[in-house]
Write a protein that binds this ligand. Structure first.
Ligand SMILES: Nc1ncnc2c1ncn2[C@@H]1O[C@H](COP(=O)(O)OP(=O)(O)OP(=O)(O)O)[C@@H](O)[C@H]1O
Ligand SMILES: [Mg+2]
Length: 395
């Protein structure tokens, strides 16, 4: 799939931008703070309905405006897809696909496939488990849109159950009876989420291992993925061997039910739900060691890149050609890693690359360059861009 046209209104620093795009690589170049990342953030928003930089929607709306609009024309094989999102912080967003309003904005999820790699992705390796859970669940939903409902229902049940546990702590008794009902929902939805996450980790792992070898070189340690769960059946973090038969959602539910029963008293004492997919983690390892706490800065960076390239390869293997977005990443890579990433970017149906300095981007990706400056995005003649780059270096 590729983005044929992108229009933003009151999105971040953009008052209005209207941009025609082509398949193949496009580089957005411009000085720091001109709005390059903001442009590609909007592309990421089309896929995940979230930003890779902030948790809520409010920062995405241009200061002084009350709503932001992202409008995109996408081409998938020979079909055209028009997606329009109104971002209304504090109120429900509104989404239209081919001019028909969606009953729920989350119905958009899974329609636009894109994989975004940015400096922020270092937190996938070094940050809290919550970052990795979000990474897994976003990819899950992108592959299996039905799970968007399961994820949000699970979150809702968890909130209710936690609220109830807090009351139960004060007045044991009645609240505990109601708790059984919530346990039922938690166990049912949690089992579905666990099954889906385990399937995903098993499917993604070989792609990440391969991508890491491609990025870090064949003689580097082997990168692997495991799942560490509060439900023992769902994994202890060791790599999931290829070809393993995984338990079913029903089996995960049963195991979760058992754990919930075991820890009931502790949960009431602490007033929170202590077991379930919301407490789990994706374990990224390098050789025999977990990456978090052990991997060097360069290794962590390469692992983050391999995770995203793994997603790209997985979606591709599913039969969807995702848009590859690379935000400000070439400047920090060494020559070999640049070349490895450039090869992937060139193979993508469309890749959108941002850089402050055009020379940091491998020449084979510079066929289409868009200059971002002064609130405008203007396509440059590639030869003029080359000249510009040379002149800048000379003067
Ligand atoms: N909601 C908003 N309203 C107005 N301006 C905003 C908003 N959010 C961010 N900005 C501004 O957008 C500007 C551009 O941000 P962006 O991150 O896209 O820059 P960039 O071109 O990627 O820069 P760099 O090369 O440093 O990565 C920043 O100066 C920021 O202050
Ligand atoms: Mg940027």
């Amino acid at each position: 799939m590729y983005l044929r046209h992108l229009q933003l209104g009151s999105f971040r620093n953009w008052d209005r931008v209207d941009l025609a795009l082509r398949p193949g690589p496009t580089v957005f170049v411009g000085r720091n703070g001109e709005g390059k990342t903001n442009l590609v953030e909007a592309v990421g928003y089309l896929a995940t309905m979230g930003s890779h930089r902030v948790a809520g929607d409010a920062p995405l709306v241009r200061q002084g405006a009350s709503q932001a609009v992202v409008r995109a024309a996408l081409r998938r094989e020979d079909r055209e897809l028009l997606v329009e999102i109104e971002i209304n912080p504090g109120r429900a967003n509104r989404v239209r696909v081919n001019r028909a309003p969606l009953a729920r904005p989350r119905e958009l999820l899974g329609l636009v496939k894109s994989v975004l790699f940015a400096p922020e992705d270092l937190v996938l390796v070094r940050g809290d488990p919550a970052e990795r859970r979000r990474f897994l669940d976003d990819l899950l939903v992108s592959r299996t849109p039905r799970l968007a409902g399961v994820r949000s229902d699970y979150d809702r049940v968890l909130k209710q159950r936690n609220a109830l546990l807090k009351t139960a702590r004060m007045a044991r008794g009645n609240a505990l009876a109601t708790l059984d009902v919530w346990d039922g929902h938690l166990v049912d939805l949690g089992g579905q989420l666990l099954a889906a996450r385990l399937r995903l980790v098993a499917d993604l792992a070989p792609h990440v291992t391969r991508a890491y070898a491609g990025v870090a070189g064949a003689d580097a340690a082997v990168a692997a993925l495991g799942y560490a769960s509060t439900v023992p059946l769902a994994g202890d973090g060791t790599p999931v061997p290829e070809g393993t038969t995984l338990p079913t959602a029903g089996e995960f539910s049963a195991a979760l039910r058992e754990r919930v029963a075991e820890r009931r008293n502790e949960e009431v004492d602490r007033g929170m739900t202590l077991v379930g997919p919301h407490r789990d983690d994706l374990v990224i390892s390098l050789g025999s060691m977990p990456a978090k706490g052990f991997a060097s800065h360069g290794e962590s960076w390469s692992l983050a890149l391999a995770l995203k390239l793994g997603c790209f390869a997985l979606l591709r293997a599913d039969g969807d050609e995702p848009i590859l977005v690379l935000d400000d990443v070439f400047a920090t890579l060494d020559a070999d890693r640049r070349a490895a990433l450039a090869a992937v970017a060139r193979s993508a149906e469309q890749s959108l690359v941002t850089a402050a300095v055009l020379d940091d981007v491998p020449p084979e990706l510079r066929s289409t360059v868009v200059q971002v400056a002064g609130g405008q995005a203007v396509p440059l003649d590639p030869e003029a861009a080359e000249d510009g780059a040379v002149r800048e270096e000379v003067t």
